[in-house]
Design a binder for this molecule. Structure first.
Ligand SMILES: Cc1cc2nc3c(=O)[nH]c(=O)nc-3n(C[C@H](O)[C@H](O)[C@H](O)COP(=O)(O)O)c2cc1C
Length: 207
């Protein structure tokens, strides 16, 4: 059981269970660069002692693009099946490129199909793109997730002109800065993930 003790001095925090972080791969473009970024991030996350990851790749989801409050037979099962994946997560990491100053449509579709699944959950961002490094997509997503009562994590990892930063084997050419950013993101995600997991267990959310 989580024990989070609020004290003004050093705070003992004991958590038995690792944090279940769902890593959401946001784009399904043919020939996408996404797997390079995802593999890079997963290698960091899987090396973190407090985290277990599950990949949710939008390219593998059969969610309809037409939303429905009352999905019919067939769609209902797909929506329930896909929704079980965010529902079992304690935290989210969205790996997103930037398309036209925002996030890819399949990610927004995934977000819009669900509500309670995001509520009182921490969401962090690994972004990439051209000159922007995907940061405008991230700022849009912060607004979207706020509407869903999720908590967005401050520190991000962002890769501008992402293709040039990795070699043909997907190895980062100059990894020190990105490695440090990944560590901050993961440490903050674990902090919020543990705090919110304990809070959700102790109190039903007021949303
Ligand atoms: C439709 C489209 C729109 C894009 N818009 C932007 C943009 O607004 N800002 C930016 O920095 N890069 C932009 N890019 C560049 C992508 O972010 C970059 O190519 C990224 O690697 C795409 O991710 P993917 O390969 O996983 O699909 C755009 C690319 C596409 C295909």
């Amino acid at each position: 059981m989580d024990l989070i003790t609020a004290q003004s001095t050093a705070t003992p925090v004991t958590e038995a269970a690792p944090l279940k972080a769902a890593v959401i791969l946001a784009g399904n473009r043919e020939g996408r660069f996404a797997p390079v970024i995802a593999d890079w991030f997963l290698a960091h996350a899987d090396g973190h002692p407090a985290i277990e990851t599950e990949l949710i790749d939008v390219a593998g989801l059969d969610l309809p693009t037409a939303l429905s409050y009352r999905p019919g037979p067939g769609t209902r099962e797909v929506v329930a099946d896909v929704g079980a994946r965010p529902a079992r997560a304690d935290a989210f990491v969205v790996v997103t490129p930037e398309y036209n100053h925002s996030c890819p449509a399949p990610l927004k579709n995934l977000i819009d199909w669900y509500r309670a699944e995001w509520q009182a959950q921490p969401v962090s961002f690994v972004s990439y793109g051209g000159v922007s490094g995907g940061l405008r997509a991230v700022e849009h997503l912060r607004q979207v997730f706020a509407e869903l009562h999720a908590v967005s994590i401050r520190d991000t990892v962002s890769f501008h002109n992402a293709g040039a930063q990795f070699d043909d084997e997907g190895t980062h050419r100059d990894p020190a800065g990105a490695d440090a950013a990944a560590k901050s993101l993961l440490d903050q995600l674990v902090w919020w993930g543990r705090a919110l997991r304990a809070a959700r267990k102790a109190h039903s959310y007021a949303g």
